[in-house]
Ligand binder design. Structure first.
Ligand SMILES: [Zn+2]
Length: 230
């Protein structure tokens, strides 16, 4: 989703934000993007991720059904404030406490079944997502049907998913149930993919960030997430 920058002697996040993103004030967002609790505790030689300045800006999408779901948060701290502090649920072994899923994740029924990307003989009739976003995902799929885009949704690649976390690696947005992968078979990471632009427009109109806009190897055209700056 971003290019890698190796912290050098004399670097500060402000200096990097100014030099690489054109705005020193993005230093705090940059720290947050990297899941760094303290911007001053970066070691020389440590790798940080540099997203584009656009990725660090908050979402400006309107809320079509005010108060039905939260405004898309920005950054690691913003996501934790809005959807829960997942760090409290990750054990020393990197695994997630089952209470995380029990307290946050629900199943939202889909208006049409989507073949599973990893086994197209089976279909998903619902997606697992954060409970606060169940009405938003309902709206996404309502609009997909209303706009006649059902055939553009070919396979389902996953919603909520927690993968064991290696230390120093921030959890994926799928860990909060605030992301969805569609058509992964033709939208592999690092490729341009073939996501229907009408689907991208629909998701972005509802405040999602599309991974297809990220640069380089982090480009992730199958991926839509409901937060910026992360
Ligand atoms: Zn994804």
């Amino acid at each position: 989703m971003a290019k890698t920058y190796i912290f050098a002697a004399g670097d500060t996040l402000s200096r990097i934000a100014k030099a690489q993103l054109g705005d020193a004030k993005l230093a705090a967002s940059l720290a947050d993007f990297n899941g760094l609790p303290d911007a001053n505790q970066i070691m020389v030689g440590q790798a940080i991720q540099l997203p584009s300045a656009r990725d660090l800006k908050p979402s400006t999408a309107p809320l079509p059904r005010a108060a039905a779901w939260p405004v898309a948060p920005s950054g690691f701290q913003g996501v934790r404030d809005c959807f829960g502090d997942i760090l409290q649920f990750i054990g020393a072994d990197g695994n997630i406490d089952p209470r995380w899923e029990a307290s946050r994740i629900v199943r939202q029924v889909l208006p049409f079944a989507i073949p599973l990307a990893w086994d197209t003989s089976k279909s998903a009739s619902g997606i697992r997502c954060h409970k606060l976003l169940a009405p938003l995902f309902e709206e996404v799929f309502r609009q997909i049907v209303a706009r006649g885009l059902q055939s553009a949704v070919k396979t389902y690649g996953g919603g909520y998913q927690f993968r064991a976390k290696r230390s120093g690696v921030k959890p994926s947005t799928h860990s909060w149930g605030i992301a969805i992968d569609l058509n992964p078979n033709t939208n592999a990471m690092g490729t341009a993919g073939d996501m229907d632009p009408r689907l991208v427009e629909l998701f972005e109109g509802l405040g999602f960030v599309w991974g297809g806009r990220w640069a380089g190897r982090g480009k992730d055209p199958m991926h839509f997430q409901y937060c910026t700056g992360y």
